[in-house]
Design a protein. Structure first.
Lengths: 124, 108
């Protein structure tokens, strides 16, 4: 059974770079059938898709967010990562990683399953 | 960007009743590319419905989705205590993928 686990610092100072990692277990991260995604949720608020990456390294991002977000993948470690540069208090959120289906294989781009999430607080 | 508006914001019902949750899109969602998720406090969202009406693996048949174009509905019949949670719709018809603001289903 596929499981995803986020890891990273719980507290980051303003203007610094936030780095999070999602470790995939129970299935291959090299699958041609899926993308791997990052989604965040500010405390008490709704969900925001950040971006997604394919096993080949192909990425696409939410254009509504500024170009401070970078997603990368290390298939040898079964991990994909998120970096957020120049963080502010507005980046305080629970960050989730998730597996994303593809139109070609599943007929759409929904997210299933999700990791348990990790809370990141931006504060000095 | 497609904006999804969910209504009502909060729905108060009793176990055994039926719930009807609405998700309206600011423009047509192509190919009914809409999903529904359930989120309980302190937990990650869980996929319930994809393709507007297909239940995800392991989801009870009291959960059903319908709709097309700009109007979609999640219906939960015979509410169980574990169904009280926040529900989000998500469109994946066009990037950026967007979510509604959520409907909180609470026990009356």
């Amino acid at each position: 059974q596929l499981q995803l686990q986020e890891s990273g610092p719980g507290l980051v100072k303003p203007s610094e770079t936030l780095s999070l990692t999602c470790t995939v277990s129970g299935d291959s991260i090299n699958s041609i059938s899926y993308y791997w995604a990052w989604i965040r949720q500010p405390p008490g608020k709704g969900l925001e898709w950040i971006g997604s990456i394919y096993y080949s390294g192909n990425t696409y991002y939410n254009p509504s967010l500024k170009s401070r977000f970078t997603i990368s993948i290390d298939t040898s470690k079964y991990q994909f990562s998120l970096q957020v540069s120049s963080v502010t208090a507005a980046d305080t959120a629970v960050y989730y990683c998730a597996r994303q289906t593809t139109v070609a294989v599943s007929g759409g781009n929904w997210f299933d399953p999700w990791g348990q999430g990790t809370l990141v607080t931006v504060s000095s | 960007e497609i904006v999804l508006t969910q209504s009502p914001g909060t729905l108060s019902l009793s176990p055994g009743e039926s719930a009807t949750l609405s998700c309206r899109a600011s423009q047509s969602v192509s190919s009914s590319y809409l999903a529904w998720y359930q989120q309980k406090p302190g937990q990650a969202p869980r996929l319930l419905i994809y393709g507007a009406s297909s239940r995800a693996t392991g989801i009870p048949d009291r959960f059903s989705g319908s709709g097309s174009g700009t109007d979609f509905t999640l219906t939960i019949s015979r509410l169980e205590p574990e169904d009280f949670a926040v529900y989000y719709c998500q469109q994946y018809g066009s990037s950026p993928y967007t979510f509604g603001q959520g409907t909180k289903l609470e026990i009356k």
